[in-house]
Ligand binder design. Sequence first.
Ligand code: KG4
Ligand code: ZN
Length: 340
Amino acid sequence: MAPQNIYILGIESSCDDTAASVIHNGRILSNVIANQKIHEEYGGVVPELASRAHQQNIVPVVTQALKKANITKDQLHAIAFTRGPGLMGSLLVGTSFAKSLAYGLDIPLIDVNHMQGHILAHFIDEDGYNKPPFPFLAMTISGGHTQIVKVNHYFDMEVIGETIDDAVGEAFDKSGKILGLGYPAGPEMDKRAQLGNPKAYQFTKPKIDGLNFSFSGLKTGILYFIQNETKNNPNFIAENINDICASIQHTIIGILIDKLKLAVKETGIKHIAIGGGVSANSGIRKALKDGEQKFGWTTYVPKFEFTTDNAAMIAIVGYLKYLDGDFAEQNVAASARLKI
Ligand code: KG4
Ligand code: ZN
């Protein structure tokens, strides 16, 4: 039987969100995130600014997470933190903070792989949420990642496909930038796509063998298309923005679904769990639901707050590792390119 009354603090600082969460056994008591607005002005994450903002945010965010969970730091059993992958300067802030806190409280320190966090977020206890059964396929789609992972068990995972260049979120954000949308462009692209015709324009899908992805060619194709059209009609974007967004989104979703179909075919696994900020996209959600009818898939989409970068997913991994007695030493180092 699992030990009872285990409180773990999770800390996430791999990119531009400073986050902390308290988990009690498998249930989330608090999930606090400080987003860094500063990057919007630059149209992308600026690593030095991210690191500085983490330093400013980490103490208030952790304090708030404990307060919301209604516990004191002395009640914690372990500190879990994101070891990688991510931006080194950002990871260092969370790593150093977690080490000091665990040392000061004399409790175990648990290192967490951010990508495993996105996947194991599906195992947070939530009323009415069905957890995926092993083995399942996890597709993590965000501004930083695009991966398909075969998950045999909690800590037995195999990356079977990933992007060789841009992440899918970048495909949304960079093509949105070409259209003059704000950063990040994904949510607005999604809203406009719902008002437009997805078949209005055709964009070439990349030809990448196997389960890997590529999005940089699509971005270039969109850039040339827009440059060409605006030469003939300077108001082309303004007049057709919804159709352009719908067509871009349709192409991106087509790329994701084609690879998922191939992954299901190759593995014989029909349970599909998604995570990452792009899983908020209404088009991908619909395509996954359609896949349930068309291909007999069962799909799993966690609560939105557990899909974008967050610390609840770090806390659940911390809890699962705690049950295994899998702890880190004080000399554990952040790792920007940590693999699953
Ligand atoms: O997981 P996330 O919050 O952070 C990381 O990148 O790790 O994901 C952010 C990404 C951005 O690229 C954003 O444009 C995209 O998720 N995104 C969306 C939508 N909501 C967020 N993309 C398409 N449709 C959406 N509704
Ligand atoms: Zn992430």
